[in-house]
Write a protein that binds this ligand. Structure first.
Ligand code: ZN
Ligand code: ZN
Length: 209
């Protein structure tokens, strides 16, 4: 009799624990179903001529702590076709299209420019930006031009991971301290210090550590 009770007790505990585990499992499955850039396994850093080597090296070393495969390409000139003479800057839309064509295999390619970059926004045909990336997609570009010089290294890293988030398909986030916050024409990067739990979960679905 005692033995029968013990067996039933064990069965009930097993059933109860499976119910406890199920919500976590289901949550993870739902969260990881969206968004994911399938088959990407390498982040390629592509500096354009003029980028300071120290900033590129720091970024390369730091990204490797959060992503398994990071590759650093030799610098290349900015494509003349992306130059916008009226404002002496480069069209970010053209740059990411140029970079996407160089994204071979399972890679996302992040261009780094010292020069100013811009895109069109609503009725404004030429709007200066810190970065631009496909959402989702295989290419993004980041410029040093609008970043705070007293905190350049940290700001560069934050813009790059923001654009990588877009490449992974992650939209802007309402949390003011989250790296996925919408810049809305300002530089808030010193107020951002983490991926909020929801954005971090989506980053992890895409291989971020
Ligand atoms: Zn953004
Ligand atoms: Zn967030």
């Amino acid at each position: 009799m005692t033995r029968k009770l013990l067996i039933w007790g064990a069965v009930l505990i097993l059933i109860a624990s499976s119910f406890l585990l199920l919500p976590n499992y289901a949550l993870k499955r739902v969260a990881c179903a969206f968004p994911r850039v399938r088959s990407v396994d390498t982040i390629v850093i592509q500096p354009f001529c003029g980028m300071p080597t120290s900033e590129v090296t720091f970024l390369y070393n730091t990204l490797q702590k959060s992503y398994d495969q990071v590759k650093l390409n030799a610098e290349i000139p900015l494509p003349a076709s992306a130059y916008y003479a009226p404002r002496n800057r480069y069209k970010a839309d053209s740059l990411i299209a140029f970079l996407a064509r160089r994204s071979v295999g399972n890679t996302i390619i992040v261009g780094l420019a010292y020069q100013d970059i811009s895109t069109s926004k609503g009725n404004i045909t030429d709007w200066g930006v810190m970065g631009l990336g496909y959402q989702p997609g295989r290419a993004s570009v980041v410029s040093l031009h609008r970043l705070h010089r007293n905190n350049l290294t940290s700001q560069l890293y934050k813009v790059v991971i923001h654009e990588l988030g877009h490449n992974f398909g992650i939209p802007h986030c309402t949390s003011t301290a989250c790296y996925m916050r919408d810049a809305e024409g300002q530089n808030h990067f010193d107020e951002e210090n983490h991926f909020c739990p929801a954005c971090m979960n989506l980053m992890k679905c895409n291989g971020w550590k």
